[in-house]
Design a protein around this ligand. Structure first.
Ligand code: PLP
Length: 419
């Protein structure tokens, strides 16, 4: 860091101020986490210099002896961690991993069946502004009005009607466990590939605290930076019969050279995930998410589906008469970082939204437990109902002081200004 500070103080200072920002607020964005110093060391390494197009022991560049060993380890660890036949650790991101899944199993114009974005899906699941919506015929299922959970009967009916090439389960705002067995049966009935986009919850699978999609799905794509707590990136695991197709779809179909520093970070993270400490963290992520959802519920901020089985909950703010966009701004001004989110059947536009999404991974990494989740729910309720988005509002200042006090006991990373 000293070299950066000397050469480019402008960027160095921004790195420090971003670390200060991460340390100063309560981080409740469900897709974020705080990766370990070991993973950060791999990311900041000279592996970033190396071209390694191809796969271990079959590269298009010389000098790959060491990165081959790194990628071999990352692949072996991913296979062991998830009990998978095959792993590809090269996708640059979750969206790149998903692109490769399309590349492996579909051709432009094919029909896919996925969860709609406004009910919790993802842009890459056929939303119209994404390549997936432009190049494929996407048919979407949603949740039922009464349970607010996946409408499996609708999935089955749409699959029978449209006979999709591929059916995808998973999304960005799905608080409940997914019935992979039911999806598998539906896919088998219509002869579709069953793909699980496990980006959000794969960290809980790695910690063995929720069921794994790996035995059921043809292919599972995921990000490595959410609950999993690794470097920013993507990965894919699949059945042996699809291994070649997936590898060819990642490279050379969709990507060029892999980011070997990221691959090293993934290897470090996969090893971390096999420790008892990681499993205890994953268990605590679940307990904390449930406690936070229940705490907000007690304040009239209702969790969609009535609660959560995962690391995230989605909340309907209509009970307290505040929109998602206002709640996000009010929490932000009070030192609480989260995102507005559309809720199923939302009467508001997506950029206003009637809901918020909250997640427990970051605060759990910081060592907080259910007691702190109750305190956070109280702080959020006060921020949402008693402030106006102005950081100088007296109640916002009070809440920020309480947030600071809480974070002193549970810091994210050591203080860069100390010593
Ligand atoms: N799939 C799902 C379900 C996601 O939630 C996300 C990210 O939020 C992605 C894919 C895309 O991941 P990335 O942002 O790394 O491209």
């Amino acid at each position: 860091f000293g070299a950066l500070l000397q050469q480019d103080p402008q960027i160095a200072e921004l790195l420090v101020s971003e670390l200060d920002r991460q340390r100063a607020g309560l981080q409740l964005i469900a897709s974020e986490n705080q990766t370990s110093p070991a993973v950060l060391a791999a990311l900041g390494s000279t592996l970033s210099n190396k071209y390694a197009e191809g796969y271990p022991h079959a590269r298009y560049y010389g000098g790959c002896s060491e990165v081959d060993k790194v990628e071999d380890l990352a692949i072996a660890r991913a296979k062991e961690l998830f009990g998978a036949d095959h792993a590809n650790v090269q996708p640059h991101s979750g969206a790149s991993a998903n692109q490769a899944v399309y590349g492996a199993f579909t051709a432009p114009g094919d029909t896919i069946l996925a969860m709609s974005l406004d009910h919790g899906g993802h842009l890459t699941h056929g939303f119209k502004v994404s390549f997936s919506g432009k190049w494929f015929n996407a048919v979407h299922y949603g949740v039922t009005q009464d349970t607010e959970d996946i409408d499996y009967d609708q999935v089955e009916a749409l699959a029978r009607e449209h006979r999709p090439k591929m059916i995808v389960a998973g999304g960005s705002a799905v608080p409940r466990l997914i019935d992979f067995e039911r999806f598998r049966a539906i896919a088998d009935e219509v002869g579709a590939i069953f793909w699980v986009d496990a980006a959000h919850f794969i960290g809980l699978v790695a910690g063995k605290v929720i069921p794994s999609p790996v035995p059921y799905a043809d292919v599972v794509s995921f990000t490595t930076h959410k609950v999993l707590r690794g470097p920013r990136g993507g990965a894919i695991v699949c059945k042996q019969e699809h291994a070649k197709k997936i590898d060819r779809a990642v490279f050379p179909m969709m990507q060029g050279g892999p980011l070997m520093h990221g691959v090293a970070g993934k290897a470090v993270n996969f090893a971390e995930c096999m420790t008892p400490a990681y499993q205890a963290y994953a268990r605590q992520v679940l307990d904390n998410a449930a406690a936070l959802a229940a705490g907000l519920d007690r304040h009239g901020i209702r969790p969609i589906t009535g609660g959560t089985d995962t690391h995230l909950s989605l909340h309907d703010l209509r009970g307290v008469g505040v929109t998602g966009v206002d709640a996000e701004a009010r929490c932000d001004a009070a030192g609480i970082v989260l995102n507005k989110n559309a809720i199923p059947f939302d009467p508001e536009k997506p950029n206003v939204a009637s809901g918020i999404r909250v997640g427990s991974p970051s605060v759990t990494t910081q060592g907080m437990g259910v007691e702190q989740m109750d305190a956070i729910a109280d702080l959020m309720h006060r921020a949402i109902t008693q402030t106006d988005g102005d950081p100088e509002h007296a109640v916002a200042r009070e809440i920020r002081a309480e947030v600071t006090q809480l974070l002193q006991a549970y810091p994210a990373y050591p203080d860069p200004h100390a010593g």
